[in-house]
Design a protein around this ligand. Sequence first.
Ligand SMILES: Nc1ncnc2c1ncn2[C@@H]1O[C@H](COP(=O)(O)OP(=O)(O)OP(=O)(O)O)[C@@H](O)[C@H]1O
Length: 597
Amino acid sequence: MAVKTRENPMDTGKDIITNKSKNEIFASCSFSSIGLHPTLCEQLRERLGFEVPTQVQAQAIPTILSGRHVLVNAATGTGKTVAYLAPVIHHLQNYNPRIQRSDGTFALVLVPTRELCMQVYEILQKILHRFHWIVPGYIMGGENRSKEKARLRKGISILVATPGRLLDHLKNTTSFLHTNLRWIIFDEADMILELGFGKEIEEILDILGSRQHDSTSMNNSASSVSEFPRQNLLLSATLNEKVNHLAKISLENPVMVGLEDKRMQPISSPEDLGSAGSDMHDMGQPLKITSPSAGDYILPAQLIQRYVKVPCNLRLAVLLSILKHLLEREASSKIVVFFSTCDAVDFHYSLLSKFQYSQPEAEVKQMFLKCKTFRLHGNMKQEDRRITFQAFKAEKFALLFSTDVAARGLDFPKVKCIIQYDSPGEATEYVHRVGRTARLGQKGVALLFLQPVEMDYLQHLEKHGVPLTDYPLLKVLDGFSSYVQKHHRKKFIFIESHPWVLSLQKALEAFILAESNMKELAKNAFCSWVRAYTAHRGELKTIFMVKKLHLGHVAKSFALKEQPSLVGKSFQKETKKRKRNEKQKGLSKKRKVISKT
Ligand SMILES: Nc1ncnc2c1ncn2[C@@H]1O[C@H](COP(=O)(O)OP(=O)(O)OP(=O)(O)O)[C@@H](O)[C@H]1O
């Protein structure tokens, strides 16, 4: 099938998978030829519509079936979930006599966020349709503990969990039976650590008797209760050096799937592997994963990646213009916009739910965007998070405003465009955010907003093999208004003087001024935005520097005419308090900002 030529700079083409990308994504074998039970293959076909395995599934499934510990590194949207679920189900449905609920938990899938927990559980439910004796279940932060206890007491064969809640039940739910545990799977392994769950994971492995020790095999521990040896799996699109310690304490002689040789280095000293310092073997060779460098992050080949350089004070007007452009050009578009804070999500969500606009001289005001808008962040009630997650999945034409809770693992069908309005920070997070589109060979576009003072971030991304091209913003803005053409025949070469943007900015400021609750939301969003900006780490601190910003212009990006006066002493006091709290609790900045799993 030929790929459509693109006229619209953000046109993602039809929802087609080209023959070329089909060959890159899918393997030329069948699920049964890689060892899966015929009924399971049928379930994959009937319930999920999977005819043949993806490349990563074709590599990982036989290796996992063989019982080896495995590290899987493959691009976003390539089918890692079924790559680990299918072998587990294959073995479990084969047990003779059949497993029962009273046997407790056999497999544990650890995930970093609640939405991912629900997603994996839903996939399990589908595949297990014909294997009714294998019971799936989930436990996660925000849910009712007593109900979870009751479910655990009855028995859950394959349990999906967020780490904090799992540890809680391991310590406090005596009826939680896990003596038959055979598999521990870390999905998005690097994120689990990034969120500061390292200590919890070590405790979990200790309690479950699945921690590797220097001289003892795990078969000497609690796992010996089970008749089968333990098998642990670590997966992510961005396995990096941070997972070395986790790999060391949880995997024994692991096989690497998708990690090129250049990413593996012999261990020269015990410190190479982190605090506990021991070795990890693959065929006798102690190895560790090195930091990713140029070209190491695998991004979907068909993903179009662009950046847009926007002066700070016009960011909001430009965001709204681009959204309008995209949604009006493509009648079935789904777009995800990433923000750095919950307050920013709330502000932009409320703004777009209410903001009406008419071009100068036009008589009737209309909603600026006529599109269903959703929001998702860690400060929302659990039930609202669940409703949003399900609703956005089902929609064909919708916008989602989110923090990084949606960045990892979530599989929203038919998302055509990802906009990173606030920069992601680490290149790893860039990779996962953009990975919500262009899944499984589908087309997709990613757009990154940068301010003129932040342009060095492009080099940071390029170092990791992520090259971006310029987005033709002026062309998009010019295409907008009859007003522009009627009153100004000259061509505009600066965004700062573009009549469409200026008129929109004016209207936004007037709207915020007139709506007191919106003004409050804008102020809160402004303050947390600045706080989040100061939280960039390492090398990124030199790119995203608050002191390089004009805070009055930042205020304009929340449609505030003036910089809120509360920023100053109270902001500094709050920042100091936050740092003190973080130090005391030993939490990573990120975990606090991102989510309450
Ligand atoms: N063999 C297959 N045939 C058809 N579709 C598949 C197959 N395997 C997976 N998919 C689909 O591909 C999409 C991506 O799968 P999945 O979410 O497992 O990817 P992933 O590699 O885990 O992505 P991420 O790194 O973002 O978590 C899903 O919609 C899934 O249903």
